[in-house]
Write a protein that binds this ligand. Structure first.
Ligand code: SAM
Ligand code: SF4
Ligand code: SF4
Length: 349
C-alpha cells in the first residue's frame, strides 16, 4: 500500500462535470445516535427494530485513516467527522490522531455535544481543530422536543463550556429551525451566542432522507430569520472566509460577534459544492441527496487495491459528477422518489 500523501497531488487533481474541484470530505463514522431529533432520526422509524450497520460493515479506524490519506493525496485539505453521533465511537480519538498524523488536514467535527464534558480536552489533544455543536434550543422544553430523548439541555451546555475551555474557540453552533417547533428560540439562541462568543449558524430544514416528514411549509427561509434577528440586533454582511463557504456570514454592528445562515433550500449553493462524503460503511457519495452510492470504498480498501488504484477510481467518479439536487429542487419536481433517498444519520450532515 502506498500512503505517501503528497505523491499524486499534482498529477491527479481534477474537476467534476460542472467544473467543481474536489476540496473537502465528510466522513460519517457511525450511523447510530443517542438523540432522536425528529427532523433526522424520528423515533417511530429509528426504534428498537431499526437495522443499523453492523460492526463488520462499518469502516475501522485504520480504514478511515487510510481513506483520509488517499483523499489527502487528491488535494483534500479539510475533513469533517460526523455521523450519526461521532462521539459514540469508542475509537474516535484514534481516528482523529490518525488523520492528524497525515499532515496538512484541517480536522473538524459535528456533534450533538452530549459527551463533550469528558471528551473535549482529549479531542483537542488528538488534533481536532474545529468543533461544531448542534443545538436547536436553549430552553428545556423546546430542547427536549427537538432532541426527543431524556438527555438534558444542561448536559449539552456543560459540554459546550468544556469545549471552550479545551480551546475550541469559537465553537460553531448549528441550529435547524423548523416552523411550529422551535422558532420561539431564535432570539434566545442569538443572545446565548453573543454572550458565550460562539458562532450560531441557522440551517434551513432540508428534505434529506425519506423518514422526517419534510414539508416545505415547515422550512423557514434564512431571509425571514435575518429579518427577525435584524429587528433586535443590527447586522452587517461579511465576505466569505473562502471560496465556496456554505454559510452566508453577518456580524453584529455593535461588534459582539457574528452569525451565519446555511440556506440550502432557499438559496442552493450547488455551483460551488466541492464536497465528497463517505458513509459509515465506506461508500462514497458525491451529493447529500445522491441516489445510491457511487463507489464502494470499503470493498476497495478490503480487496487489496493499491493507493493509486483507489485514487484513480475516486477521480473517475469525481470527473463524472453532475449532482445539483438543491438547484433542481428549486426549479421544479425532482426525479427522485422518497424510497431512493439516503438518511442524514447514515451519510452525515
Ligand atoms: N449528530 C451530530 C449532530 O447532530 O451534530 C452529527 C450528525 S447530524 C446528521 C449533522 C447536522 O445535520 C446537525 O447539525 C443536524 O442539525 C443537521 N441535520 C440533520 N437533519 C437535518 C435536516 N433534515 N435538515 C437540516 N439539517 C439537518
Ligand atoms: Fe442524532 Fe445529530 Fe441526527 Fe440529531 S441531528 S438525531 S443528534 S445524528
Ligand atoms: Fe452539494 Fe448536492 Fe447539496 Fe447541491 S444538493 S450543495 S451538489 S450536496
Amino acid at each position: 500500500m502506498n500512503t505517501n500523501a503528497g505523491e499524486f497531488l499534482d498529477s491527479l487533481e481534477s474537476l467534476d462535470a460542472l467544473g467543481r474541484p474536489l476540496k473537502d470530505l465528510r466522513i460519517s463514522v457511525t450511523d447510530k445516535c443517542n438523540f432522536r431529533c425528529p427532523y433526522c432520526m424520528p423515533k417511530e422509524i429509528f426504534g428498537a427494530n431499526y437495522e443499523y450497520l453492523s460492526k463488520q460493515s462499518t469502516l475501522t479506524s485504520e480504514e478511515v485513516v487510510r481513506s483520509a490519506t488517499i483523499f489527502r493525496s487528491l488535494g483534500i485539505s479539510k475533513i469533517r467527522i460526523t455521523g450519526g453521533e461521532p462521539t459514540l465511537r469508542m475509537d474516535l480519538l484514534e481516528i482523529i490522531q490518525g488523520i492528524n498524523s497525515i499532515g496538512g488536514i484541517d480536522i473538524a467535527m459535528t456533534t450533538n455535544g452530549s459527551l463533550l464534558t469528558t471528551l473535549a480536552q482529549d479531542l483537542r489533544r488528538a488534533g481536532l481543530g474545529r468543533l461544531t455543536v448542534s443545538l436547536d434550543a436553549v430552553d428545556d422544553t423546546t430542547f427536549s422536543k427537538m432532541s426527543d430523548v431524556s438527555i438534558s439541555l444542561d448536559r449539552v451546555l456543560d459540554g459546550l463550556e468544556s469545549a471552550r475551555k479545551a480551546g475550541f474557540q469559537p465553537v460553531k453552533i448549528n441550529t435547524v429551525i423548523r416552523r411550529g417547533w422551535n422558532e420561539n428560540t431564535i432570539l434566545d439562541l442569538v443572545d446565548y451566542c453573543r454572550k458565550s462568543g460562539d458562532i450560531v449558524r441557522f440551517i434551513e430544514f432540508m428534505d434529506v432522507g425519506s423518514t422526517n416528514n419534510w414539508e416545505m411549509s415547515e422550512m423557514i427561509a434564512s431571509s425571514q430569520l435575518l429579518e427577525t434577528i435584524q429587528g433586535m440586533y443590527p447586522l452587517e454582511a461579511v465576505s466569505p472566509n473562502y471560496m465556496g463557504e456554505v454559510a452566508s456570514r453577518y456580524k453584529f454592528s455593535d461588534g459582539k460577534g457574528e452569525l451565519g445562515f446555511i440556506s440550502s433550500v432557499s438559496q442552493p449553493f450547488c455551483s460551488s459544492c466541492t464536497r465528497a462524503r463517505i458513509s459509515a460503511d465506506g461508500k462514497i457519495y458525491t451529493c447529500l441527496f445522491a441516489v445510491g452510492s457511487s463507489l464502494d470504498l470499503a470493498h476497495e480498501l478490503r480487496n487489496g487495491s493499491t493507493h493509486r488504484e483507489i485514487s484513480e477510481k475516486i477521480l473517475a467518479l469525481w470527473e463524472k459528477r453532475d449532482d445539483r439536487y438543491s438547484e433542481l429542487r428549486s426549479s421544479g419536481p425532482t426525479k427522485f422518489t422518497n424510497d431512493e433517498k439516503i438518511e442524514m444519520s447514515y451519510i452525515g450532515g
